[in-house]
Design a protein around this ligand. Sequence first.
Ligand SMILES: NC(=O)c1ccc[n+]([C@@H]2O[C@H](COP(=O)([O-])OP(=O)(O)OC[C@H]3O[C@@H](n4cnc5c(N)ncnc54)[C@H](OP(=O)(O)O)[C@@H]3O)[C@@H](O)[C@H]2O)c1
Length: 307
Amino acid sequence: MTIPTITFNDGYKMPMFGLGTYMSKSGEVREAVKYAIEIGYRHFDTAAFYENEREIGNAIREKIDDGSVTREDIFITTKLWCNSHKENEVVPACKESLRNLGFDYVDLYLIHWPFAFKSGDKFTPKDASGKVEFQDTDYLETWRGMEECKRQNLARSIGISNFNSEQIDRLMLSANIKPVNNQIEVSLNLNQKHLIEVCKKYGITVTGFSPLGRPENSRINNLWDRPEIKVLCEKYKKTPANIACRFIFQMDVTPIPKSVTKSRIKENLDIFDFSLSDKEVKIIEGMETNTRVALLADAKEAKYYPF
Ligand SMILES: NC(=O)c1ccc[n+]([C@@H]2O[C@H](COP(=O)([O-])OP(=O)(O)OC[C@H]3O[C@@H](n4cnc5c(N)ncnc54)[C@H](OP(=O)(O)O)[C@@H]3O)[C@@H](O)[C@H]2O)c1
């Protein structure tokens, strides 16, 4: 099966469905990525913070080496972590991710969050009392480092993640190279209609993370059991995960559900042979609870915390 693509404002294309890998553990993620490639996934989402770039790179290379795919067939996103936000730290951080992945470019490099932690080796630096140590580095400075990654062809495209609309407005005023993508939480609980519109206005595509609302989180999972969703599952012979990802896709947003379970990796991709009606979309929109799973609450005190 061929996954539809979306074209960035810099001309590169991104497959509009990907495999998330946050918390995909060592020993699991390699098989998950290889299986995903075998059944048609071409887009993989990782981050320095996930500490699994090396295993994901190895898995992709195995599928390149056995002739299943070429590097050009695969779209890899990785992300700059908050401890490397100073302009001169960005290129070295990107090179470190490339070394881990074992490739000479990534397709998309994102600023993972708009705020900064204290620079250094620790992902989450903490003081003696256990409080996270922040730094006020402006994301406009970080963006200049991201632009340098694109200039040096370390990243084909560059973008942002977890930026709110004011932060996007401000970035657009100073960027020499426009971001191509904002990766934000989008789910049945949080449909992000307004922020998606803001991104569209600027020609920024949107990737939807936690599209399943991390169903192990029981508070969120409740929506999947609601009669409105059950009716749609029966009508289309699909699962709640399919309804959620299809709803997201119909907003021109790229869902990246995470799974390391083969049956779910296969199930989740099964969204390209049906379409929700406008009326059904409205019903789903009406179920929104405005709750997030990705708050990074430890960072609430940080300058530039987005929520
Ligand atoms: N930019 C950011 O700040 C940010 C933040 C969060 C996430 N992300 C990205 O977005 C990806 C997806 O988000 P997420 O991992 O937070 O949450 P998610 O994809 O909404 O949910 C993942 C969870 O759902 C389970 N699952 C997968 N398919 C299922 C199905 N069909 N039925 C029932 N359960 C299912 C998975 O379990 P198994 O793996 O055990 O199958 C896993 O526990 C991440 O992996 C990451 O790549 C980015």
